[in-house]
Design a protein around this ligand. Structure first.
Ligand SMILES: Cc1cc2nc3c(=O)[nH]c(=O)nc-3n(C[C@@H](O)[C@H](O)[C@H](O)COP(=O)(O)OP(=O)(O)OC[C@H]3O[C@@H](n4cnc5c(N)ncnc54)[C@H](O)[C@@H]3O)c2cc1C
Ligand code: FES
Length: 278
């Protein structure tokens, strides 16, 4: 088996793929909350992806990714036996895992993938987990069985009502807060707008809230400035200072604006390669 070989590939949902990749040094060092930067070929873009799990004995890391643009489409075309050009990591500051008490873990869309290792780490520290998973529709829900196993109670929401409750993850969060359930900490991972709405919901109740940010990254080492954000009016780099931050302190509007800088360019690249649209 060669280094960075894809040893297993599964399709978890439309456009969502899971890989197990041979990367023993990374599997050995990985802690929850960390990510890798993947290059499929020498000239490929560098794509940051969360390490969902590491299997140290087999030297494998588990990656889950959504096909959203040119690079992730190139990745989706790879098959078991193919090898990646480079996998750098583990990168980022590991999650602060502690005994908080009652923690609500919220995953929106593909955000369930980075949420899983954090929820698992929190559960191992003795926290009581309430899970909320949201997706646009039933077939886009991922990792429900694993999150159910970790959670005292798991809520599901879909935008179209095809599974669980019809609506947003924040609707369920509001219901939980209004029911009087004590919450010590909220962890939210998903589309930036979802994380922003979660932060607005918990701010009013002074519930400590952590978000894991999915900014654009290039080098992953704090040198290029690609992942720059503002937290409590201070400049931070998501790749080295994060990816997790106090959700009440993040300048969400700036982050949302920066996320869309390359959208037209990405759409053009994607259209040149396939008939699909983003
Ligand atoms: C730390 C981190 C690591 C990441 N790692 C990976 C990775 O390993 N692989 C990968 O492919 N991507 C990764 N991402 C990217 C990912 O989360 C993207 O933001 C994702 O592409 C958006 O998901 P979606 O299109 O499925 O969301 P959507 O399907 O558009 O939305 C999902 C859910 O979000 C909620 N929501 C949407 N809008 C609102 C609103 N206005 N108010 C309240 N709730 C709302 C709803 O509940 C909805 O069901 C990562 C993100 C983070 C934060
Ligand atoms: S990715 Fe370059 S500074 Fe963070």
């Amino acid at each position: 088996m060669s280094l960075y070989e894809i040893v297993e590939k599964t399709c978890l949902a439309p456009r969502v793929y899971q890989w197990f990749v041979q990367a023993p040094a990374i599997a050995d060092k990985h802690r929850p909350g960390q990510f890798v930067i993947i290059q499929t070929t020498e000239n490929s873009e560098r794509i940051p992806l969360t390490i969902v799990e590491s299997r140290k004995e087999q030297g494998l890391i588990r990656i889950i990714f959504q096909k959203v643009g040119k690079s992730t489409s190139d990745m989706a075309a790879l098959q078991p036996g193919d090898s990646l050009f480079a996998v750098a990591g583990p990168l980022g500051t590991p999650t602060h895992l502690d005994m908080f008490g009652s923690v609500v873990c919220i995953g929106g869309g593909i955000g369930a993938a980075p949420l899983l290792p954090i929820a698992r780490g929190l559960k191992e520290r003795g926290n009581q987990i309430t899970g909320i998973l949201g997706a646009r529709s039933k077939e886009l829900l991922i990792l429900e069985p694993e999150m159910r196993e970790l959670s005292k109670k798991l809520y599901i929401t879909t935008d179209d009502g095809s599974a669980g409750e019809k609506g947003f993850v924040t609707d369920v969060l509001k219901q939980i807060i209004e029911s009087g359930q004590h919450i010590d900490q909220v962890v939210t991972i998903g589309p930036p707008v979802m994380m922003k709405m979660t932060a607005e919901t918990t701010r009013a109740h002074a519930i400590s809230t952590v978000a894991s940010l999915n900014t654009i990254m290039v080098d992953g080492t704090g040198m290029c400035g690609g992942c720059r954000i503002h937290v409590n009016d201070e400049t931070k780099f998501v790749c080295v200072d994060g990816p997790e931050f106090d959700a009440h302190q993040v300048d969400w509007d700036e982050m949302l604006k920066r996320q869309n800088i390359y959208r037209d360019h990405e759409c053009r690249l994607f259209r040149n390669q396939t008939d699909e649209t983003l």
